[in-house]
Design a binder for this molecule. Structure first.
Ligand code: 6CS
Ligand code: FE
Length: 299
């Protein structure tokens, strides 16, 4: 008699009929104090409290030039433009994001495996890690559209099947992030509340959601409640600076109508103890270039 694969418990129900707020059930920092790595205990305590930690100079100005040149090479490569991993801006049709850059580009593969990067991810996740997703966000000037408020984990749980909140993102600025060109905004502390969204996931949702997210979008009431409870922090910084943020931090970014692109490289590390199962709230899996199914530890 064949037994059905046991269904991983769904700790974070979402995309049902009602919106629901529930307390986080998972730790934020999974390693014990004193775990060796680039983050100090003070950094990790701040990450635990706020759900994010800014690093002023994660990579040097020379390295920024290398990575920015690689971003420019990729977005100007006609083959990349035709590739399904490239997402274009809805209005200008300029390239908005390119996914899976850690596989497409040797240069970005090295960045993901850099001890200053993967070392911090291991400290937060308390285990070996693999890349669940990577992308470059170009966010060109003169009207690039932003990313509405959302929790990444809500999507990665619902559509990619990540069971627990044991995933961390790093956004590394490759151009200067001014307070005017569509920088990342996070609600400090919001990572401790899971917002289960109302509304089922349409089939092939990613074809739309990566341009403009719909399913998994919080209501105005919920956002008002979270913003009044936690506040909103805008991240600015020089090229080379980085923001590490928890998978469940409520975040978003505005449009960029200035002449100054806000380009970053964005790498999502998941613990090898939290590998993707079947989507918890979607009819089918998303393509592997968005939600990896190769769980080989990195670095
Ligand atoms: O759906 C996703 O996986 C992507 N969407 C957003 C807006 N942030 C996280 C991630 O890159
Ligand atoms: Fe996001």
């Amino acid at each position: 008699m064949t037994t059905a694969p046991e269904r991983t418990a769904d700790l974070y129900p979402t995309r049902g009929t009602e919106e629901v707020l529930i307390d986080r059930k998972d730790p934020v920092v999974w390693s014990a104090p004193g775990t060796p790595g680039p983050f100090t205990d003070e950094d990790l305590a701040a990450f635990e409290r706020d759900g994010f930690r800014a690093v002023d100079e994660l990579i040097t100005p020379d390295e920024v030039s290398t990575y920015h040149a690689e971003l420019e090479r990729l977005i100007n490569d006609p083959e990349m433009r035709a590739d399904e991993r490239s997402i274009v801006e809805p209005r200008s049709r300029e390239i908005r994001s390119i996914f899976e850059v850690h596989k497409i580009s040797e240069v970005f593969a090295r960045l993901a495996a850099d001890p200053r990067v993967v070392g911090r991810a291991r400290q937060i996740l308390g285990s070996d890690v693999y890349v669940h997703q990577s992308r470059i966000n170009v966010k060109p000037g003169f009207g690039a559209s932003g990313f509405y408020w959302h929790s990444d984990f809500e999507t990665w749980h619902a559509e990619d099947g990540l069971p627990n909140m044991r995933t961390v993102s790093v956004s590394i600025a490759l151009t200067r992030n001014y307070d005017t060109n569509g920088g990342l905004m996070i609600m400090p502390g919001s990572h401790r509340t899971f917002l289960g969204c109302a509304g089922a996931t349409p089939k092939d949702n990613y074809k739309k959601s990566l341009q403009m997210q719909d399913a998994g979008t919080p209501s105005d009431e919920a956002l008002t409640k979270l913003a009044s409870a936690y506040g909103i922090r805008l991240f600015t910084g020089e090229a080379g600076s980085a923001t590490w943020f928890d998978c469940n931090a409520m975040h978003g970014s505005g449009d960029n109508i200035t002449p100054y692109p806000r380009s970053n490289v964005f790498i999502v590390f998941n613990s090898v103890e939290n590998t993707a199962v079947e989507p918890f709230a979607a009819p089918v899996r998303r393509p592997e270039f968005i939600g990896a199914r190769d769980f080989t530890p990195i670095g």
